[in-house]
Design a protein around this ligand. Structure first.
Ligand SMILES: *Cc1c(COP(=O)(O)O)cnc(C)c1O
Length: 451
């Protein structure tokens, strides 16, 4: 007899082109049809439980079906579902910006709404270019970005990205980016570690700023954690120095905090670790608690003012998305900020983060293939290598990370490694017993595959 799940899988595979997937892999590993979510758990139709330690692609911040966010959206739903955002506004958008201004780095106070992370990056890039164009620097037409960067999948965002897996094939249609060699702390060429270094690797950026600064609008970066590249973590000193370079060459600093924002690194924003303010900050993922697709490009009054002029001067920022400022998303986002504050989420997560990192180090450190264990906030990543002493990567064609992922799924843990980097990036509300369980499972599965 065919179960409901069998029927759903069949229909799924008949129609759905899943994101970031080789669909042929699904012949072996079928899509898992989720019926409901609760806290850090997801449940299939057979009531099999999966612990979502990747926060459903890093967006679920406060657990699935969080009562308070559910209610906030329900209430909004019966009041106003959507309204054109040009010339119209609504209370939740206003409240959100007002509250966010209080927690954002100093000076960020003008909010441009988009509806996904990539489009926030696009908006930030356009905004920066147009700012320079309208302030007497039309020669500034290029963008800088770091090696191993990830900023999304649309053409502009993909251009600033530097992970070949996603962008290589599209190179002929991408923008010509100034690619700066970024920090690489595990394989640091200066033999330092990022806890106590002076970010000597900024010298690559210094050279490129000197050479190309005058033609550059902005540098787009992921502050402190290059997440998609394998949770690569670098020093706040690097950020501080980059801020100084940007000031010196009149280049905007665009901080893509789509993955790092909202407490993921232990502070509200990764930029807070370096005590810097970017010129534009992009937010999404945690913004609505992982409920609704929404994103922001937040900027300064200085940038905003360069667009403020009589209509016929043609200086307006003519950027829009149909769902800009969607009220349901704004209602969720407002409630997320309230929960963070009222339930001391960051303080509790910081305490749990110490425990999480401790047990991961205890369990994994001595394994022959564990090259690096890095952590910031509740983010913990384990880089698997062929040889610990030379740091030689595993043969990627063996897809070790993917094999471990499949094993862990059987035991009800969603790991989804990045290549051969196993990582945990759980909802901030994860508790110790789940930490114990997911790290045990991850370790067992790693041993099963690697010995
Ligand atoms: C996820 C992500 C994006 C893209 O956001 P989407 O909503 O998937 O378009 C951009 N930058 C970073 C750092 C991300 O992690």
């Amino acid at each position: 007899m065919q179960t409901l799940t069998d029927k759903l899988i069949k229909k799924d595979l008949q129609h759905i082109w899943h994101p970031c997937s080789q669909m042929m892999d699904y012949e072996d590993l079928k899509p898992i049809i989720i019926k409901k979510g609760e806290g850090v758990n997801l449940y299939s139709y057979e009531d099999k439980k999966y612990i979502d330690v990747v926060s459903s692609w890093w967006c679920n911040l406060l657990g699935h079906c969080n009562k308070r966010i559910n209610n906030a959206i329900k209430e909004q739903l019966d009041t106003l579902e959507h309204v054109i955002f040009a010339n119209f506004s609504h209370i939740k958008a206003i409240e959100l910006c007002d509250e966010l201004t209080k927690v954002l780095p100093k000076g960020l106070e003008k909010f441009c709404f988009t509806d996904n992370g990539s489009s926030a990056v696009e908006a930030a890039m356009k905004m920066s270019f147009q700012y320079h164009y309208q302030t007497g620097n039309p020669q500034k037409t290029r963008f800088m970005a770091l090696t191993d960067a990830y900023h999304g999948e649309t053409i502009g965002a993909l251009s600033v990205g530097g992970v070949d897996l996603y962008s290589e094939i599209y190179k002929p249609v991408l923008l010509d980016i100034i690619r700066i060699q970024g920090p690489d702390c595990y394989r640091c060429p200066y033999g330092k570690n990022c806890q106590n270094c002076d970010a000597q690797c900024i010298e690559y950026a210094e050279k490129d700023f000197e050479k190309y600064g005058s033609q550059t609008c902005a540098i787009v970066i992921e502050p402190l954690v290059q997440a998609a590249a394998g949770m690569k973590i670098y020093s706040p000193v690097y950020l501080k120095k980059l801020r100084q370079l940007c000031d010196k060459y009149n280049v905007h600093l665009i901080a893509d905090e789509i993955a790092t924002g909202y407490g993921r690194t232990g502070k509200m924003f990764a930029c807070d670790h370096a005590d810097i303010s970017p010129d534009i900050m992009c937010l999404s993922k945690g913004l609505t608690g992982g409920y609704m697709p929404m994103a922001l490009a937040v900027t300064t009054k200085k940038i905003y003012d360069a667009f403020y002029a009589p209509y016929l001067e043609g200086k307006a920022f003519m950027h829009s998305h149909t769902y800009s400022g969607n009220p349901l998303a704004c209602a969720a986002a407002c409630e997320v900020l309230k929960i963070l504050k009222e339930e001391n989420i960051l303080e509790n997560a910081a305490k749990n983060a110490i425990y999480f990192n401790k047990i991961i180090k205890e369990k994994f450190s001595s394994h022959k293939n564990v090259g690096d264990i890095r952590s910031i906030g509740l983010i913990n990543a384990i880089e698997l290598v062929e040889d610990k002493s030379t740091k030689k990567p595993l043969d990627s064609s063996k897809r070790t990370g993917y094999q471990i992922y499949k094993e862990a799924l059987k035991k009800g843990v969603i790991l989804r490694p990045l290549g051969d980097v196993i990582y945990f990036n759980p909802p901030l509300i994860i508790q110790k017993e789940d930490m114990d369980y997911v790290t045990d499972v991850a370790f067992e599965c790693m041993v099963k595959i690697l010995g």
